[in-house]
Design a binder for this molecule. Sequence first.
Ligand code: SF4
Length: 618
Amino acid sequence: MYGYNGKVAQVDLTKRTVQEKPLTSEEARKFIGGSGLGAYYLARHFKEHSGDAAVDPFSPENPLIFTVGPYVDTPVPCSGRHAVTTLSPLTGIFAESDIGGSWGVAFKRAGYDGLIVTGRADSPVYILVAEGRVSIHDAAAYWGKDTFATYEELKGATGGEVTCIGPAGERLVRYASIMSDGRDARAAGRCGVGAVMGSKNLKAVVARGDKRTEIWDQSALAAGVKAMIPRIRQGNAGMTRYGTAGGVITHESYGNFPLQNWRLGRWPEGVEKISGQRIEQTILAGRYYCRGCVIGCGKKIRIKEGKYAGVEGAGPEYETLGCLGGMCLVDDLEAIAYANELCNRYGMDTITTGNAIAFAMEAFEKGLIGEGDTGGVKLTWGNAEAMVEMVRQIGERTGLGKLLGEGVKRAAEAIGGLAVEFAHHVKGLEFPAHDPRAFNGVALAYATSNRGACHLQAFTHPFERVVKMPEMGYEEPHDRLAVEGKGQFVAGLQNLMSMVDSLKICKFVFNGGVQVSHLTSWLNSITGWNISPREFLETGERLFTLKRMFNVRYCRISRKDDTLPPRPLTWKRRGEGVTVNLPPLGRMLSDYYECRGWDEIGIPTREVLERLDIADLF
Ligand code: SF4
C-alpha cells in the first residue's frame, strides 16, 4: 500500500505480548493516519471492551496509541511528526497530542503505521520498535531519570530515536507530556498523555529502521512540493528567525497574549523583556528543526552566567512565554527559560503548568490559599522565584504541587469558594496563550474542540488575522470579531485541521499559502488515490465527528460542556489598542451545530453519522 506500511503493532504490557494487525486500504482511506487513525482505534477499542462508559484513564484498559500518517517520511515539507491518542487523565475525554522531532520518521521506517499499547507492566519497561519487530525491555535503569538523560542514554544504548516520559509522567502529574529529541525538546504536551504512559510503567518507546515509504508518483510529488517550498520559507521568515516567540509583542499589542490569569489588558513593558526579539539579543544559541522541516522554528538557547547559568537547549516558545510569563506577570526571561527547561526535563505541559501557577497566584491574592499551603512561598504576581519553585513542586509532586499537578479544574474544586470563577479551562483542559475575546473564532474553537481549550484543532487565529484560504471561500482573513458565518468558518477549519493532524504536517505551512488542493494532490501522489478537495474535507469532517461522537457516547459530552469559563465571557479586556469584545458564544454555537447538522444540544444526528460512514462505530 503506497504511503503506508500496512500494519500496526498491538502490545499488551500486562501479558507482555505483541501482535500485529493489518491496516487495510479501506481503513487508511477512511481514517488517514495520525489522530484520525488513533481516534478510530480508540473508538473501536471502547466499543469492543468497555460497553457504554469510559474507563479510568489510568486503568490498564485505556489504550495509548502512537500513529504516523501518509506524509511522514516523504518529501512533503514539515511532515516529520506523529500523534498520540488516548483517554485523557486531565479531562476524562478524548485526547490527542501532536509532536514533531525525529521519532515519527524513525517509527515509520521501522515498518509500522501505529502502535497500540494496553495493559500495565509489573515493572518499568521500554518498547523497542526496530526493523519490523517489536519487543519489550527492562527500563529499571531509566526510571526516575529526566527526559534529557533518558533520551541520551537510551539512544546511546539502542541507536534508535527515543520518545519518553520524565518523572512527572512516572508520578502521574495529570498533564505530563511525552518528550522527544532530548535537549532539542519536542513535546506531545497536552492532555496528560505522558501520565497515561507512566500509569502503564512504560518509560519510553524507541524506534529504529531504514524501510522507506513507497510513493505512487515520486516525480509528481517532487514537482508539487518543490513549487511550494520557497513560499513556505518566505511566509515563515519571522518564524525561522525568532521562532514562535517572535509573536509575543504583536499578540500583546491587540489583546491576544494572556496576562495575569486573563485579567490584565496590556503589559507592553513586560513583554518587551521576554519576547523572541529579546531572546535573539541575549540568550539565543542556534536553531533546530523537526525532521523534514524547511522552516526551523526551534530555538536553542544558552545561559552562561548568573543564577540560571547552565540552562541549555530548547528555548521557551510563544505558548510557554504566555503561560509561565504573561499569565504570572513574570518578566524575567532567564527564569522563564529555566522553568521551561524544568518542564521539559520533568516532562510536563508548559501551558497547563503556567495556567496552574497563575491560578494559584490569584487564589493566593484572594486569600483562598496562604503560605501554609505553598511551603512559605509568597506566591505573588511577578515573583519569578516563586513561579520556578511551583514548577519544581509540581514536577516533584510535593507541597502545593500535589494539588496543582491535578490541573486547574480539580484544584479549583478542591480549594472551593470562588476559585471556580477564575479557573480557566474548557472540559478540564486549560487555555493556551490566545485570548478568546480577541477572536470570536478562537472562542468558538475552544468551546467545541474535542480535547478542551485548544487553539490547534481549528487553528483559526492565523486565518482571522493574516492567512487566506480562498479555496474554502475565504479570499481574505475572516473578520476576527465577526459573528455571522463564524460557525461555518470554525467547522470548516476543524475539518481541515483534522486532516492535517492525520496526514501529519506542521500547521505553519499555511503561512506559505498552502491550500486544500496542494494537500490533496500531495496525498494522491503518495497513495495513488484520486480524491478531490471536497472528499478531502469530507474526510476531515468524518474524523472530527468521530472524535465528537466518542466524547458524546463515552464521556456524556453535550452543549452544557461546550462553553467557556466566566471571565472571558463577561469581563471586558481593556487597554490602549485592545479591541473590547465579549464573544457571543450562544449564538455562534447554535449556528455551528446547525451547519454541522448536529441537534440543538450538540449531538451528531444518525443521518450525519451514516453520511460519514461511521455509524457502525457507535
Ligand atoms: S516549523 Fe517548527 S514545529 Fe513546524 S515542523 Fe518546523 S521545526 Fe517543527
